[in-house]
Write a protein that binds this ligand. Structure first.
Ligand SMILES: Cc1cc2nc3c(=O)[nH]c(=O)nc-3n(C[C@H](O)[C@H](O)[C@H](O)COP(=O)(O)O)c2cc1C
Length: 154
């Protein structure tokens, strides 16, 4: 079982922290978007894409990579961190992957501290996150991803 996780975590490394928590519970190799081309997604059973949310969306660099690798992706999952922690930020990419017949193994979202611009005036949003509960939830999530992989790749 080999899992590659490609992340964009440029604001405060919040998404990287979630990826690292997942990697404590599963055989995950983490790469940032800049170095993703050093890996061949076809060598991995599962590919995860994680991003901070910027102006309501996943990083455009992640979206471009999903398109670039689309043909070679089979089993995928998505995760994000954002000031509000809303899972709806993942929904359009989940739908896109489903439309392209990918086996979407799960979608995870949690809060991540944001002190950008106007949010700094109120001391930031997503304060104190990601925290230990978020890391625990991320680890439970990746365990469910593995279970779904096993049950859908018999
Ligand atoms: C330019 C910018 C735009 C953001 N837009 C949103 C947003 O639309 N909704 C939200 O909930 N959080 C927003 N955030 C907060 C980030 O999504 C949050 O801090 C996230 O954890 C950053 O992830 P990272 O540290 O991995 O880059 C924004 C942050 C920045 C810097």
């Amino acid at each position: 079982m080999k899992i590659l996780v490609i992340i964009n975590s440029t604001h405060r490394q919040n998404t990287m922290k979630i990826a690292e928590a997942m990697a404590e519970a599963a055989p995950i190799t983490i790469t940032d978007v800049e170095n993703a081309d050093k890996y061949n997604v076809r060598d991995y059973d599962i590919v995860g894409f994680g991003s901070g949310i910027y102006a309501g969306k996943f990083s455009g660099r992640i979206v471009k990579l999903i398109d670039k690798y689309l043909e070679d992706l089979k089993n995928v999952f998505l995760f994000s961190t954002s000031g509000t922690g809303k899972s709806k930020y993942n929904d359009s990419l989940v739908a896109y992957l489903n439309e392209n017949c990918k086996n979407v193994l799960g979608s995870f979202a949690c809060k991540g501290l944001c002190k950008w611009f106007i949010f700094a005036l109120v001391g930031g949003i997503g304060k104190g996150h990601p925290d230990t509960d978020d890391f625990d939830a991320a680890q439970k999530f990746i365990e469910q991803v593995l279970e779904k992989y096993k049950s859908t790749n018999l």
